[in-house]
Design a protein around this ligand. Structure first.
Ligand code: PLP
Length: 441
């Protein structure tokens, strides 16, 4: 895919800091950023599925955050998408990082980020991870149970602890409260134990659930956090940190930010000496990535225009099955783990990149490439009659909880990422990049 011409590293990317220019892995040509270590060559690569990532979108989300929540420091939840250039960009603009493991902490530290800009936001950590986080100078970490306090007291007594409380996440896509968060009635006991162990508890965190469309959940959670600040005072602590977690959604962001700030103003009217942080993940990356996938196979009734009765098939079920080269064991694991319902659009039709706005559609299903029947991307959708093997489909909003959990089950490789800086991750840009990639092959 890469030509051998000189990298055009001097191209100015409007709105983006120059941090990604001059990087040994990055080549910028015609406004399209290629990561050379990811680019492969050869025949098979021509049909490989790939992500298009618009880094300037991530940058704009950061500006949007600063505009709407200037008092709240974002600590990007790297679990959501640890793409090296997303991390590099967010490190350069001064974001902090929410890490869930020593692996994530190492990745962030390798970027030159100071350990004070990391929160180890996993309330149930392996003792070795706590020990290594002490060695790395990462002090800020969450807990929600007594055993965690004993482990921390043993291997990282200087930690700055944040009690993660349970909040109402019933309206969120992923209910994290099923696994984490101390019910408020247990908090006084936890704080007493922390005091006994001479541990420093500096504040409160919550997570209203990942994919939270109910902005009022943040207001309720802030009220609970306020009462835990009082519990802290009674236990002899002067809390100085409020961590409002993640869950922020792109489409409801402004409304959520306004409700959250109203609640903070109401429950923390005098917040001198209180630092407020958040752990957004999907907000930053979801819409920054699209995925293009090739139709590698099709199963259709022998005579596509015969009536269902003639073919003895269920008329309710789509009779045409398309197979693409990424599936639920790869990038579409978001269907299983993140409750997503991806919808394809057509990038190329019958070999042509010109896809008319209106073409006859047919009900069909879309499947991943593995030999497992759970590997279904769309059980029922509508795609053009003329769609053939070799054509391309694309999917938007593929940046969150996709590539990070993709496996290589059945020997299928994880899809590459091609970076753009300003072209967006919409149909026109994805088509342009695909055309160019195919020409280069
Ligand atoms: N913080 C913690 C502790 C999490 O577990 C998660 C997601 O699971 C996040 C932040 C990020 O959540 P989101 O991507 O919904 O913003």
């Amino acid at each position: 895919r890469e030509s051998d011409g000189p990298a055009d590293d001097d191209v100015t990317v409007p709105g983006l800091p120059p941090l990604l220019r001059g990087h040994p892995d990055i080549h910028l040509r015609n406004g399209v950023m290629h990561a050379s270590h990811l680019a492969a060559s050869g025949e098979s690569d021509a049909e490989k599925a790939f992500f298009v990532a618009d880094l300037s979108y991530v940058f704009r989300q950061h500006e949007r955050w600063d505009k709407n929540l200037p008092e709240i420091e974002p600590f990007y939840a790297i679990k959501c998408n640890p793409d090296p250039y997303v991390l590099r960009l967010l490190a350069a603009v001064g974001a902090g990082f929410d890490c869930a493991s020593i692996g994530e902490i190492s990745r962030v530290l390798e970027l030159g980020v100071d350990s004070s800009r990391i929160i180890f936001a996993n309330p149930c950590k392996a003792t070795s991870f706590i020990r290594n986080s002490a060695k790395a100078g990462v002090d800020m970490m969450t807990f929600d149970n007594t055993d965690e306090l004993y482990k921390i007291a043993r291997v990282h007594p200087g930690a700055k602890l944040v009690v993660r409380i349970l909040t109402d996440d019933s309206k969120s896509l992923c209910r994290l409260g099923l696994k984490f968060g101390a019910p408020l009635v247990t908090v006084p006991g936890l704080l007493t134990k922390a005091r006994e162990l001479k541990l420093d508890v500096i504040g409160v965190s919550f997570h209203v659930g990942s994919g939270c469309f109910d902005s009022l959940a943040y207001a309720d959670a802030v009220e609970r956090a306020r009462s835990v600040f009082e519990m802290g005072r009674e236990a002899g602590y002067a809390f100085s940190l409020l961590d409002v977690g993640g869950g922020f959604e792109d489409v409801t962001f402004e409304a959520t930010a306004s409700i959250l700030m109203d609640a903070i103003n109401r429950y923390f009217p005098d917040r001198r000496g209180i630092r407020i942080i958040a752990e957004p993940g999907r907000y930053y990356v979801s819409r920054a990535f699209s995925l293009a996938a090739n139709v590698i196979a099709r199963r259709a009734p022998p005579a596509l225009d015969a009536s269902p009765q003639d073919l003895d098939v269920d008329p309710e079920q789509p009779s045409v099955m398309y197979y693409i080269n990424d599936g639920v064991y790869g990038s579409f694991n978001c269907i299983l783990f993140d409750h997503q319902v991806p919808q394809p659009y057509v990038l190329s039709l019958n070999g042509s990149f010109h896809v008319p706005a209106s073409v006859p559609l047919r009900p069909c299903s879309v499947w991943g490439p593995t030999c497992d029947s759970i590997d279904c991307v769309c059980p029922v959708t509508q795609l053009p009659d003329a769609l053939q093997v070799g054509d391309w489909l694309a999917f938007e909003n593929m940046g969150a909880y996709t590539v990070c959990a993709a496996s290589q089950f059945n020997g299928f490789e994880v899809s590459n990422v091609i970076y753009t800086t300003g072209g967006g991750a919409g149909a026109a840009e994805v088509r342009r990049i695909l055309k160019k990639a195919l020409e280069d092959c």
